[in-house]
Design a protein around this ligand. Structure first.
Ligand code: CA
Length: 223
C-alpha cells in the first residue's frame, strides 16, 4: 500500500516516513504545494496525509484538486492549528479524516488503517475473491482456509489485484503501486512479469481459484 505525505516540516516528515516504512507501506513525499499538486495529479495513493499550511499554498486547495479530478484516494488532514474551521472545511471538501498536531503515531496508524479499509475493502479487515482471502493488516493470506506465505512484493501485488478483480491493470500502475512512483519509465517492466509468474505458481500450487490473465500490450487482469 502506498501513502503520500504532504508536509513541509522536515522533522515531522522524516518521523512519519520512518514509522510508516516500518509498517511496510511504500512512502512518497512532497514538501510544498506545487510538488503536492504534481504528485496527486500524476499518481494514485491508498492514503494521503495532508498538511494544511504549506509553502506556496494551502492543503485544502490540493484536496479540492484531488476531488475535482474524481480521485478517490483517502485523505487524512494533519493540521497544526487544530482549528474547527480547518476541520469543517477539510471534511466538507471530501477529506476522510482529520488529526490535529501534535498527534500520536499509533493513533495516526489506526486512522490510516481505518481509512484504507473504507476505501479498498468495503470497511472490512479482509478482501476476498473466489477461495482466496487476504488480510492486509496482518499481511496474511488464506486459500481455502490454509495460510499461504508470500514475500513482501508478491503480497503487495496480490493485494493490488484483489481489490480490483476482473479489471485490466496497466503494468505501470502495478509497478508504481508496489515499487513506488519513481519506477523508471524507461525500464522494460519485465520484473513484473517474473513477479507475476512466481505469484501464479504459488497460487496454483496451493489450489487457488484465481489467476492472472495477460492483456497484450497493456497489463494483467485478475480472473
Ligand atoms: Ca505546515
Amino acid at each position: 500500500m502506498k501513502i503520500l505525505i504532504i508536509e513541509d516540516e522536515p522533522a515531522l516528515l522524516e518521523t512519519l516516513r520512518h514509522f510508516l516504512e516500518k509498517e511496510k507501506y511504500i512512502i512518497e513525499t512532497a514538501n510544498d504545494y506545487f510538488s503536492g499538486i504534481e504528485k496527486v495529479g500524476t499518481y494514485d495513493y491508498d492514503c494521503i496525509l495532508l498538511d494544511i499550511m504549506l509553502p506556496n499554498g494551502n492543503g485544502i486547495d490540493i484536496l479540492k484538486e484531488i476531488r475535482k479530478s474524481g480521485k478517490k484516494d483517502s485523505v487524512i488532514i494533519l493540521s497544526a492549528k487544530g482549528s474547527v474551521e480547518d476541520k469543517i472545511l477539510g471534511l466538507d471538501f471530501g477529506a476522510d479524516d482529520y488529526l490535529a498536531k501534535p498527534f500520536n503515531l499509533m493513533e495516526l496508524h489506526s486512522r490510516i488503517k481505518s481509512a484504507i479499509r473504507r476505501k479498498n475493502q468495503d470497511g472490512e479487515k479482509f478482501v476476498s475473491y473466489k477461495n482466496v482471502k487476504l488480510y492486509p493488516e496482518e499481511r496474511k493470506i488464506l486459500v481455502d482456509g490454509t495460510e499461504l506465505s508470500l514475500n513482501r512484493k508478491e503480497f503487495d501485488l496480490l493485494y493490488y489485484f484483489m481489490i480490483r478483480p476482473e479489471k485490466i491493470l496497466q503494468k505501470t500502475s502495478l509497478a508504481e503501486s508496489v515499487w513506488g512512483d519513481n519506477i523508471d519509465q524507461s525500464d522494460s517492466l519485465d520484473f513484473i512479469y517474473s513477479q507475476i509468474k512466481n505469484l501464479r505458481k504459488k497460487l496454483k500450487d496451493n489450489n487457488a481459484e484465481i489467476d492472472f490473465q495477460a492483456v497484450y500490450g497493456v497489463g494483467y487482469k485478475l480472473v
